[in-house]
Design a protein around this ligand. Structure first.
Ligand code: C2E
Ligand code: CA
Ligand code: CA
Length: 376
């Protein structure tokens, strides 16, 4: 199934069709017959009342379709009017065409609704409904194998679909903005869990939480991080925050200010999927980061591709000369681990040691691993 994008304006439909080449059908109000469900309504520049009218038209023509209204900055329709008119979900993203391309295209491409439409339908309020879980994947010291920490990875326990993996819902949550509330929940839960392990007398480890670029908009991530630390009592230096280079595609000055505030709180910061995104290294000088995480793609090819090993070597040297820790992820074989150890990688994460585990199994893993090196 591909999404249907609708607008009252033919020129807008044409531009959306141009931007989102993957969309099979973009329709104006007059052509509602086209396309499959679900329907995504694009409302970038509607005049007052037009958005609600569009929603009512869609509802009449396609009563069973799930209908998502994407509200643009230029829109004069209000979310309340669209909701009253019957939209299942109104997304208040500041959508201008460039951002539309960034967020919606990517989301639809990765999860073009041929997954289960219930994922998009039920995403709103998922954190408040208590359906999110965190699984924890150990990060071990390369030299000794001691557990240094865990990366918290989100899962959604959907009441009908069972455990849904983040590859299916995070891109959609980013397109809808829901990821901000979900991310705040993950911060609270990961910090709470780390303290619960402390209370069991387990070695104190650090816990890493992923931050979406969307969490850096508006007030930024600091209030959510502060709340999570205050509620749990977790020392800030045991919380690591992972963000990707794509953050740099947005307003750098503001992002750097947020990162500096996080640093002042005392949290550790690491760049996830390093080497796959933004190609300029100059931003590293302005970033108060502690560690680089080498993307799995390079680790995969490490032992069979000289280019991959050259890139990994370069990242390790870069990290070391900047005084940063280097973590390799997606490590599946002992050969890869041995290679990474020789290259001087500090920490290793991957199926070789463990898959991401539910909290109780992660605790057992930590207990069985014995005394770990102190968290840094
Ligand atoms: P990521 O941050 O790069 O996380 C690493 C992913 O690689 C995880 O997938 C992990 O299960 C997987 N992985 C780790 N070791 C191995 C290995 O040895 N082999 C293979 N094949 N895979 C390995 P997962 O849990 O499905 O998460 C996927 C992505 O979803 C994450 O990629 C991250 O970008 C995002 N994500 C997960 N939790 C959150 C969250 O709480 N907030 C945000 N914003 N994004 C999240
Ligand atoms: Ca990560
Ligand atoms: Ca990663």
């Amino acid at each position: 199934m591909s999404p249907v994008l609708l607008s009252s304006s033919t020129s807008l439909v044409e531009s959306v069709r141009g931007v989102l080449g993957l969309v099979r059908c973009a329709a104006t109000l007059g052509q509602l017959a086209c396309g499959d469900e679900p329907v995504v309504l694009v409302d970038l520049s509607l005049r007052p009342g037009e958005g609600a009218e569009l929603v009512r038209e869609v509802r009449r023509a396609r009563p069973g379709a799930s209908l998502v209204a994407l509200l643009g900055e230029a829109s004069n329709s209000t979310p309340a009017a669209l909701r009253e008119a019957g939209a299942d979900r109104v997304l208040g993203l500041p959508l201008h065409p460039a951002l539309l391309e960034d967020t919606v295209t990517e989301a639809l491409e990765r999860q073009p609704f041929d997954g289960d439409p219930r994922i998009l339908r039920d995403l709103a309020g998922v954190a408040e409904r208590g359906e999110l879980r965190l699984h924890y994947q150990p990060r071990v010291e390369a030299e000794t194998g001691a557990v240094r920490g865990f990366e918290a990875l989100m899962r959604w326990e959907h009441p009908e679909l069972g455990l849904v993996h983040p590859g299916l819902f995070i891109p959609l949550a980013e397109a809808t903005g829901e990821v901000v509330a979900m991310g705040a929940w993950a911060l609270r839960e990961a910090c709470r869990q780390a303290r619960a392990w402390d209370a069991l007398g387990l070695p104190s480890v650090h816990v890493a939480v992923n931050l979406s670029p969307l969490q850096f908009r508006g007030e930024g991530p600091v209030p959510a991080v502060e709340a999570a630390l205050a509620e749990s009592g977790l020392p800030a230096d045991r919380l690591e925050l992972e963000f990707t280079e794509s953050l740099m595609a947005h307003d750098t000055t503001e992002v750097i200010a947020h990162l500096q505030s996080l640093k002042r709180l005392g949290t550790r910061l690491s760049i996830d999927d390093f080497g796959t995104g933004y190609s300029s290294l100059s931003y590293l000088r302005h970033f108060p980061v502690d560690a680089l995480k080498i993307d799995k793609a390079f680790v995969d090819d490490l032992t069979r591709d000289t280019h991959a090993s050259a890139i990994v070597t370069a990242i390790v040297v870069l990290g070391q000369s900047l005084g940063l820790g280097v973590v390799a992820e997606g490590v599946e074989t002992e050969r890869q681990a041995a290679f990474l150890r020789v290259l001087g990688v500090d920490e290793i994460q991957g199926y070789l040691y463990s898959r991401p585990l539910p909290a109780d199994e992660a605790a057992a893993f930590l207990a069985a691993a014995g005394v770990s090196a102190p968290a840094s």
